[in-house]
Design a protein around this ligand. Structure first.
Ligand code: C5P
Length: 284
């Protein structure tokens, strides 16, 4: 067997994020708008007939068997009962733990890609349900379209958002997602709104409920957010550490990114409504 595929695993931004409650299991109920951007990791998946799942290179700080790519492959293997295995190679571009969803996206590309390679014919809905076992952000990457998300992020409704050019800054520190969600001072009681209402206001009205606490606990993030806000409204994505601002043209974004790049790792990326993964596989 020598079937092999190389597929993108895109980053996401949370254009807005409201925390509307805390569940019994400690997870938080959210309302968020997810959008993909054209910044990708790439995953090469090669089928093998000995049943082994092997990630070819070590990712710093993550034991092989804990890597979400390996866990996703094994989960799909168990769920489907296939006797096939896979050799997986990741070409990492996205920062880890930055709120861009890199790990979750890698897991989703593994599920969607191996479903294809192993010819399992599972639906995207079924793969998203499996993905939820690996993390709250995995389903949207399986879903493959900009989405309004509720629940812990798994109840998805496709939406079409504006597609600006984003300047994305990594302030060079990492944020503990569980730490933010467990913070006693986190605002968890935003009043639930309808999707229509969220979309109606558009970007000028969007906020991220994690932002105040993250700014307070991580001064370098506050500094970068305040710096970027001089040029355009700036938002945290997820629980950070990355932050972003939207610009109408690539040129305008690049001008600001050039300035930001003198202080922080910075990217310019285009907003998308369909995932490059799904485009590559002809899903949408
Ligand atoms: O699901 P994921 O592994 O991405 O979540 C990381 C941590 O973030 C969880 O362990 C939980 O503490 C917190 N979280 C939460 N509510 C969510 C998503 C994540 O409390 N909706």
């Amino acid at each position: 067997m020598n079937a092999q595929l190389t597929l993108p695993a895109p980053a996401k931004l949370n254009r807005m994020l409201h925390i509307v409650g805390r569940r019994e299991d400690g997870y938080h109920s959210l309302q968020t708008l997810f959008q993909f951007i054209d910044l990708n990791d790439h995953l090469t998946l090669a089928a093998r007939d000995d049943g082994h799942i092997q990630l070819t290179q070590a990712v710093t700080g993550v034991p092989h068997d804990d890597n979400l790519i390996v866990r996703a492959a094994r989960l799909l293997q168990r769920h489907s009962g296939t006797l096939l295995g896979a050799t997986l190679t990741i070409n990492k571009q996205l920062p880890m733990g930055g709120g861009l969803g890199g790990g979750s996206s890698n897991a989703a590309t593994t599920l969607v890609g191996l479903n294809h390679l192993w010819q399992l014919h599972l639906s995207l809905e079924e793969l998203a349900r499996l993905g939820l076992q690996l993390g709250a952000d995995v389903p949207v990457f399986v879903h493959g379209h900009s989405a309004w998300a509720e629940g812990i992020g798994e109840q998805l409704t496709s939406v079409t958002l504006d597609t600006p050019w984003f300047v994305i800054i990594h302030p060079g520190i990492s944020v503990s997602t569980p730490g933010v969600f467990q913070d006693p001072q986190l605002t968890r009681d935003s009043r639930p709104i309808t999707m229509a209402r969220a979309l109606q206001g558009g970007a000028p009205k969007w906020r991220n409920d994690c932002e105040a606490i993250v700014k307070e606990r991580y001064p370098p993030i506050a500094e970068a957010l305040d710096w970027l806000a001089q040029y355009a409204p700036s938002r945290l994505t997820g629980t950070g550490a990355c932050l972003f601002a939207a610009f109408e043209t690539q040129q305008a974004a690049q001008a600001i990114a050039q300035l930001a790049g003198q202080r922080w790792p910075t990217w310019v990326a285009h907003g998308l409504n369909t995932s490059p993964l799904h485009d590559a596989l002809g899903y949408l």
